[in-house]
Design a protein around this ligand. Structure first.
Ligand SMILES: Cc1cc2nc3c(=O)[nH]c(=O)nc-3n(C[C@H](O)[C@H](O)[C@H](O)COP(=O)(O)OP(=O)(O)OC[C@H]3O[C@@H](n4cnc5c(N)ncnc54)[C@H](O)[C@@H]3O)c2cc1C
Length: 407
């Protein structure tokens, strides 16, 4: 995008939510500038691309909405107006066709974010949208203008409408550092907390040294009767990964929390018991578990951690393998979380995502108070709320929205 000039609409934050808001406004012919304090747009989107860029999910909206928990009703109008089909058509129109993976998750065929972001920025420039980088929004001046800190010094900008899309507080080095919470006095903001995050565990030094970085594959985790299958990875201070993330909201609320890990979810207890509850002869426990239960070393290490606990578990080996207890002490720091829970309270927003106490100021993306598991739900909500905030601005200024391009 080209260099900034005085603009009508200011979008603050050049992530997926802000760029989608900017596109929606620019399509209707309004002048828009995207302000971001980073030297480039879409840094977190690019990071999401490293994992293949799970854009959305192929399930029905009825199945999708409950993934957003208590925010489902508030997000529903945004997602219904810009649903997964609209998102994939939009992506295709940018030259990035999508495919549905075996788990129902939707990815661009390139499995990357960079071609999509490049094409998107080129399209925004063609629509006349501008970018003002290295501009950190710090609040409003006394006269009601937007206040920015820039390398050249403070800058004040008058805008007819503002869309805030500053993201959450995870991976702050990519730009979304949550500092915006200090720039919205008088607006209720639920505390920003890690979501889709790892948790700390008091590993023994022996276990940590041997198994840090190792994946536990094809396991099932249970918290309070809710079971999730997937993978997890041992970290220096705890555990992270898809199966942990899926339960992370509930674990975070319950912390410290005990989960159980089924290391052989594909075998029922009786079958496993027939293999491991007999005598093991002269074999070491490790050799026995590897041969009889087919467990990898890291899983055997977990069983041994449990057996060395005080008091040791009063169960047979098969029961232990199917429900290794693990105490999760606290969420890992938000810096390493995939996403953020908390944000601007829904009660502060009207149906157009405009702040009731600040007419003309809209908000979108992870700044809002919602969370969802991984699976494409995060980006879907960011794109949908970005589009909704853009439409909200058009509605507020009395302009007609123009649909997004399809291939
Ligand atoms: C490692 C990783 C992998 C992920 N993978 C996926 C995935 O596959 N699928 C999925 O759905 N989600 C994924 N996510 C989550 C997804 O990337 C985020 O939910 C999404 O980027 C949030 O979009 P946003 O526009 O709300 O905020 P962001 O993308 O965080 O953008 C906010 C922008 O605002 C700017 N900003 C912040 N404060 C200010 C300020 N005061 N002034 C000016 N600019 C400011 C920032 O620099 C940033 O550019 C992943 C996240 C991570 C960390």
């Amino acid at each position: 995008m080209s260099a900034p000039s005085p603009c009508e609409i200011a979008v603050i934050g050049g992530g997926p939510a802000g760029l989608m808001a900017a596109e929606t406004v620019a399509r209707a012919g309004l002048a828009v500038t995207v302000y971001d304090h980073m030297p480039a747009l879409g840094r977190k989107l690019l990071m999401a691309g490293r994992g293949g860029l799970n854009l959305t999910h192929s399930e029905t909206i009825a199945a999708m909405l409950p993934r957003y928990g208590g925010a489902a009703a508030s997000l529903a109008p945004c997602i219904e107006a810009f649903p997964p089909e609209a998102l994939t058509a939009w992506c295709h129109a940018l030259g990035e066709p999508t495919f549905v993976g075996s788990s129902g998750r939707v990815f661009p065929k390139s499995l990357k974010a960079s071609p999509l972001l490049r094409a998107w920025i080129a399209r925004l420039a063609a629509l006349g949208a501008r970018a003002a980088l290295r501009h950190r929004w710090t609040g409003w001046t006394e006269s009601g203008d937007l206040a920015f800190a820039t390398p050249e010094g403070p800058r004040e900008v008058a805008a007819s409408a503002v869309i805030l899309a500053c993201g959450g507080a995870s991976w702050p080095r990519l730009g979304s550092d949550g500092a915006w919470t200090g720039s919205l006095p008088g607006i209720a903001i639920r505390p920003l907390r890690p979501s889709n995050c790892g948790f700390t565990v008091g590993w023994s030094e022996r276990f940590r040294a041997r198994f840090e970085g190792q994946p536990l594959k094809r396991i099932a985790l249970t918290l309070d009767g809710r079971t999730v299958r997937g993978e997890a990875t041992i970290t220096a201070g705890g555990i992270e990964g898809g199966a942990i993330y899926a339960l992370s909201a509930a674990i975070r609320e319950a912390c410290p929390a005990r989960i159980t890990i089924d290391l052989r979810p594909d075998l029922d207890h009786a079958t496993l018991a027939a293999k491991v509850n007999g005598p093991r002869g002269a074999q070491s426990l490790s050799t026995f578990l590897r041969k009889a239960a087919g467990l990898p070393q890291v899983a055997i290490g977990l069983v041994q951690e449990a057996l060395h606990a005080t008091p040791p578990p009063a169960t047979d080996l098969a029961t232990l393998i199917k429900s290794v207890p693990l105490d999760l002490l606290a969420p890992a720091p938000i810096d390493r979380a995939i996403s953020t829970a908390g944000g601007i309270a829904w009660a502060e927003l009207d149906a157009n995502l405009m702040l009731r106490r600040r007419p003309g100021v809209f908000a979108a993306g992870e700044m809002l108070d919602w969370e969802a598991p991984t699976g494409g739900y995060l980006l879907q909500a960011c794109f949908s709320t970005g589009a909704a905030a853009g439409r909200g601005v058009l509605d507020w200024l009395g302009h007609e929205a123009v649909g997004h391009a399809t291939p």
